[in-house]
Design a protein. Sequence first.
Length: 335
Amino acid sequence: MKKILFLIVFLIFFICLSCMGKSNGDDFFDFLNYEEEKIHSDDVFAEEVNYDLINENIYALLEKYPVLKNVLIEANIKIPLMKKFIPQGITLMHDYILISGYYDGDELSEVYVLNNSGEIVNKVKLDTKSHVGGIAYDDVNDLIWLPADNGVLNVYNAFEFLEKKTIKKIRSFKNVGDGLTDYQDDEKNLVAYVEVDGDYLYIGNFYKTKKCIVKKYRVSTNGKIHLEYIDSFYLPKKVQGISFYEINDKKYLIVSTSFNRRTKSNLYIYEYDDDIKEYDKSIIRQIEIPPMAEQIDIRDDKLYVIFESSASKYYNAQDKVDKILILDLNKVLVK
């Protein structure tokens, strides 16, 4: 009798389970599969990026910047922030990273030289107390270009940044910044950033309420360093740095913009053409990044971005970034 009752109970249970398999049972197993799928789909970033190369403080910011999260490949090289140093410019020279900046006080401006691991291998004191908003390595002529006050552009021997503690300019160009109005003083000019691309040098101003101007010069060194003015073009407001990148027979202009301790910065990508005189309306892509982005530079297929937000002067800045952000340019250029 007990065996018969057991068989009846088992049969009823099997019939109920079969019914669940047509509805809730399958839903239950589908739910398990969905959860498994969801975990894998959300983990794409983790599979593509080595967490050891992303500082945990930077990684914590990335949820606020989803596009940045998808293009970032490294953020582990610390930006020098000694005493009251305020970083402004970055350029890549051979196997070194050079970061220029000024001091919040009456001190000479400096350039920190880092190796690819982020170790400081030299600290160079400049012959100016200026803002030095940008720095550019000229690999054709082995020179370093740095802006000074009131529209002046200075040029230095590149090798001295590796060998000396204090250096002096080898030439100063006093009129190249004419027309690059200082946003704080209309009576003065301001070279806020500088970039070298092949034989050409580009300098531009920063302006909060007006379009920024970029002037293009040809560099020649036939016995003496010479700059020949070529042309000018306009960029959006609040430009902090520019860089160029060529791939698949196309040339791109990448622009960093920022202003304010609590307002997001942006990277703007344009297709570059010598005939374009205004880039504001021809944007290919815009990427939001943390506040207070400064200059950018490119090595191979990587875009390097620095920030001034962690300097002691900006103790109340939002979303502080004290590392160089290194982005995958192939992803930056594709939506």
